[in-house]
Every structure is written in C-alpha cells, then in structure tokens.
Design a protein around this ligand. Structure first.
Ligand code: IDC
Length: 479
C-alpha cells in the first residue's frame, strides 16, 4: 500500500481546519452489550485546499479492551469522498464511511488511542462529520455504564503473558541495560548478548507483526530483542509522522508485554546524510522517548545506515539527537549508525579509528555495525574484532544473504559471523522477520496471511538457521 505524497501546508486554507473536535453527548446511548463496557471519543481534524482535504482521526477507546475495531461515520455533504486512506481499511457507501482496524492497531485497551487518516475530495462544502461509532457504539466521550458482572467469567481477552519455558523473560532477567566499557551490561553490571530479529519496513509488512507472530518470536524463537524498522523515506515516516509514531509505539508495547527488548530503528538509508532528516529525528525521538520513558526495555537506534557522509557529519547529527532522548529518558542505551552503511567506515575505505578519535559526546552509547554474510567476510570480521576491543558495538542489522537482501543464505559465512559475535558478546538483530519473497526474509511468502508462525514449516532456509541460533539458552548472569 503506497501513500500519496502529502500536500504541504502551502496550499492549505483555514476554512476546513476545525481544530480538535472532541465529540460528546451527541446521541442517546444504544443498547449496551451484555458483556462489556463500551465508550469512545473521536477527534477529527482536517486541512483542506480547493476540492481536496486530509483528515486526521484519533480514536480513543473508553470501554473495555478490544482486539479489533470498526469506526463508522457519515459525511454531511453528498460530494465528500474518501480517496485514499491509511492505517485502516477504508470503505465508503453513499455518505457512510467505515474504517476497519489492521492487524497492528486492532488492539485498543481502555483509554488507548490510535490515529488513522485519509485524503478526501469534496465538491460542495466540506463539513466535518458530527457523529461516530466504534464497534457499533456511538462515541459520546464517556463510558457507558458497566453491565453487572456475568455469572460465569467471560473469556479472557487479556494479552498473553509469555514467560519462556522454565524461566524469566529477557527483560525480567536483565532489567535496565547500560553500556559498561565495550559491553552491554544488565542490571547486575554483567555483560550480556541480546539476540533477536528485525522487522522489515513496517510501512510494507505491518501485517507480519501481530499477537501470533510476536508470541512466536518470544516463545518459539525465545528472542531477546525485537527491532522495529521504521523507514523515514520510501513511503515511511515522512508521509505520516503521527501515524508511524503511533505504530512504533504500539509495537514497543507489544514487545514489552512479552518481555522482549524493543529497539526503535530510525531507518534512514536514502538519502544517506542523516542531516537530511535531523528535524524529523528530533520530532520523532522526542515523542517516542516521552512515551516510553518509564520502561526499562527500550533501545534507541538513531540512524540505521548513514552513507556518503563523513563520520563528523554523523557525529554532529548524533550530538543533536541524543540530548532530545536524554531529556525524557536519561538512562536509555542509544545506538549510533556508522559511516558507509554502518560498516564502521570499511565499505568506503575507512575504519573504526575515526570513531575512537572522535566519539559522540554522550555516555551509554553504542555504535552500529551491519553486515550481509554472503558479501562481507574476513576483512569485515577482522575489523569488527579490532573495533570491539575499543568501542561498544551492536549488530543492529545483518543478513545471512548478500547486501541486496536477496539471494541464497550463506550459512558458512553466517556461522562464522555469529560465532564471532557470540564470543565477543555482541548483540544482534537479523534482517528480517517478514514473509517478503527475498532470501533474507525468515518467513515463507504468504505466511503473514495466515495465523501460524511457529515451528520450521513456515520458515525459509535463513529463518530455520536464525531460529536455531536464537533459541539456544541465553547466558544471562543473575547476580
Ligand atoms: C532492503 C529490503 C528490500 C527493500 C529495500 C528498500 O531487503 O526488500 O526493497 O531494503 O530499501 C540494508 C538496509 C535495508 C535493506 C537491506 C537489504 O538497512 O533497508 O533492506 N540492507 O538490501 N543495508 C544493507 C542491506
């Protein structure tokens, strides 16, 4: 699903900009469902220009938790149309519009909000709708009376808590992490290695990240870490900052529920100059760090793969973004991308000493190294071994295949790499936990259309290899 380019503020007229409109006491209450408290509020804001508009809709669930939702409203004017929506499946019949949740934003706990939106067209006036329903309940801005408790307990819809077989979750075992010398240390000050998977771009493969797939990662794969790859360009964050911030927040919450560390990857790639996205990065990291400040399992990766720029430019970016995170979350570990697609400079003829000689101005920082095992071999491994003696490293992304993300898995080189990372206690996230038809994807094409993510029958050769490596027992010191 591609989003259209967003119109910029230049074309906007103010007539349609209604400001946040919170709807309350608009209609009489419908019959209350026998089992659950219901209630919702909706804010609907628009920016319009001649004949077109963008609507941003924030839904807040004031009732019991739901696992999926359907929002309904009617356009007041016959000429109003939804032309392209996002973060929901949109449909329109006459004036009646329906937006159905997607797998990644269907769960809404009591008090939780989600933001969706669409571009629309209009021929006459463009009045905002005045009444909304959520799962059939009119949104009055208040909670409908809770029905008397049923005599038999209702089926639980609470999210699964997933202690791994016979032990604590990775987050329960390790708690708040911090950088200690060249290592990542747990709450007891002891070095640990985190092993896990990266999403593909969440703008393309959002359907792969749902309760069943995350359960499989936490329980079947016994992953410690879930990296959330939020592309900035390529139909990513820049097309809908509020929507993508929301998606990332929801995925962090899902990882947290399952006791995994969540790595928030600001996936800049093209253009390779992080300064191009500096203001976006500040806005994004201010929002996510405020939202997750109280958590102990969030790791911030501020620049996926800078390329075509000097280390000093990357450092300049990091020195401006890190304080934004620290203002909200002073003790979180932050990972900085390195020159030449996070190769420590090697892919553009450099090496790690440029970082050693000019490190970023912050504590609790690690540096990213990425490799693709079929392309990057002995000379890259040798550089990692040298760098690891002097810099805290995290392999926030790697593939078992070549640098295009496709081709056959090179299991011999991948094994050499992972043995090296294990020996040096360097954490890693594998690209990707997705079902894209490319060699690096762990899931077979079509897997994300179904409900089963466990076992090896749903996995590609790369997926089988990675699951075997990740699910071996962790070695987390407990004192
Ligand atoms: C690739 C994906 C591919 C997608 C492309 C878009 O595998 O499906 O079409 O991005 O940009 C990286 C990047 C990562 C790349 C990956 C493989 O961080 O975004 O993913 N790769 O090319 N660096 C080195 C390799």
């Amino acid at each position: 699903m591609k989003h259209p380019p967003r119109r910029t503020g230049r074309l906007l007229v103010t007539a349609g900009a209604v400001g946040a409109l919170t709807l309350g006491a608009l209609a009489s209450l419908p019959a209350t469902s026998a089992m659950a408290a219901t209630g919702c509020s909706v804010s609907y804001t628009t920016n319009s220009w001649s004949g077109g508009f963008t609507a941003s809709v924030t839904i807040t669930n004031l009732g019991d938790a739901v696992s999926s939702w359907s929002l309904g409203f009617s356009f007041p004017d016959n000429g109003q149309r939804v032309t392209q929506g996002w973060s929901a499946t949109w449909s329109q019949s006459g004036n009646a519009v329906t937006a159905r949740s997607q797998s990644w934003n269907g769960s809404l706990g009591n008090g939780a909000s989600t933001n969706i939106g669409f571009n629309g067209s209009f021929t006459g006036a463009n009045p905002s709708p005045t009444s909304f329903t959520l799962n059939g309940t009119v949104c009055t801005g208040s909670t409908n009376p809770t029905p008397p408790p049923p005599t038999t307990p209702p089926p639980t819809t609470a999210p699964p808590t997933t202690p791994p077989p016979g032990g604590q979750t990775p987050v329960a075992a390790n708690g708040q992490l911090r950088v200690c010398g060249v290592n990542l240390c747990n709450q007891y000050g002891r070095p640990i290695q985190l092993r896990g998977m990266s999403t593909h771009g969440i703008q393309w493969f959002g359907n792969c990240y749902n309760p069943a797939s995350l359960d499989a990662l936490a329980i079947d794969w016994r992953a410690d870490l879930f990296r959330i790859a939020m592309y900035v360009q390529e139909d990513g964050y820049e097309t809908d900052p509020a929507g993508f911030t929301n998606r990332v927040n929801n995925l962090v919450d899902e990882a947290t529920r399952r006791g995994m560390y969540a790595m928030i990857d600001f996936h800049l790639l093209t253009p390779g100059d992080p300064m191009f996205n500096l203001e976006r990065a500040k806005t994004f990291f201010a929002a996510v760090s405020a939202r997750h400040a109280a958590k102990n399992n969030v790791i911030y990766e501020i620049a996926n793969e800078p390329n075509g720029v000097s280390w000093s430019t990357i450092k300049n970016y990091a020195d401006q973004v890190i304080p934004v995170i620290r203002a909200n979350d002073p003790d979180a570990v932050v990972i900085v991308g390195t020159r030449a697609w996070s190769s420590l400079g090697v892919s553009e003829g450099g090496n790690h000493t440029e970082i050693v000689n000019n490190p970023v101005n912050a504590n609790n920082v690690m540096y990213a190294f990425h490799f693709y095992a079929a392309s990057h071999k002995d000379n890259y491994r040798a550089e990692v071994e040298r760098a690891a003696a002097r810099l805290p490293l995290f392999v926030t992304e790697f593939g078992t295949v070549d640098y295009t993300g496709d081709g056959a898995a090179d299991l011999a080189s991948s094994t050499q790499w992972l043995d090296l990372l294990d020996r040096l206690k360097i954490g890693y996230a594998n690209w990707t936990f997705s079902d894209k038809a490319e060699g690096s994807a762990a899931l077979r094409p079509g897997t994300c259309n179904g409900g089963n993510y466990t076992g090896t029958s749903v996995l590609t050769p790369s997926g089988v290899f990675m699951r075997d490596r990740i699910r071996t027992p962790d070695n987390f010191p407990t004192s």
